[in-house]
Design a protein around this ligand. Structure first.
Ligand SMILES: Cc1cc2nc3c(=O)[nH]c(=O)nc-3n(C[C@H](O)[C@H](O)[C@H](O)COP(=O)(O)O)c2cc1C
Length: 138
């Protein structure tokens, strides 16, 4: 069964670019191996992540992520079965957002996705948009 998990968390430190790049690289490599799609972004000491994939694999990955001491206050916003992935066709599946251009691309993709008539997709879109808007303002 396919499922999605979406959460936000606070970074333990004001992460250096190098640390974030290492983390992104690890997430992209593991997720490609595990056929997990989604997004991971970091701004203003907050992480937002969407994971999509086979239930057991997503749960196992999320368990590892929760045990990671690089972040805290992990708040799981969505944890539910899905009929289809929403990030499968976006940027080779799993995307890390590194700069304004990538953020704008994501924003455009989410707008395009809104035409997909899918309740869960709309929840995910709303969550990511809130995060983006909050960080655009700060
Ligand atoms: C905010 C955050 C997001 C992460 N996202 C992922 C992820 O999507 N996939 C993943 O495998 N590891 C992710 N990690 C890293 C895991 O916590 C863990 O270090 C890693 O999965 C260990 O991989 P290994 O078992 O191959 O050594 C993330 C860590 C943090 C702090």
């Amino acid at each position: 069964m396919l499922k999605t998990i979406c959460y936000i968390s606070d970074s333990m430190h004001n992460e250096s670019l190098k640390n974030i790049e290492d983390l992104y690289l690890k997430a992209r490599t593991n997720n490609a191996k595990n056929n997990i799609t989604g997004i991971l972004m970091y701004t203003d000491r907050n992480f937002l992540q969407v994971l999509e994939g086979e239930e057991t694999i997503v749960d196992a990955t999320f368990k590892k992520i929760c045990a990671d001491i690089r972040h805290k206050n992990i708040f799981n916003i969505i944890d539910s079965p899905i009929e289809q992935r929403i990030f499968e066709d976006y940027n080779f599946g799993f995307t890390t957002i590194n700069n304004k251009q990538e953020l704008n691309n994501l924003f455009e993709y989410l707008n395009w996705l809104k035409n997909a008539d899918c309740d869960c997709a709309n929840k995910v879109i709303a969550m990511v948009e809130n995060f983006i808007m909050k960080n655009k303002q700060s």
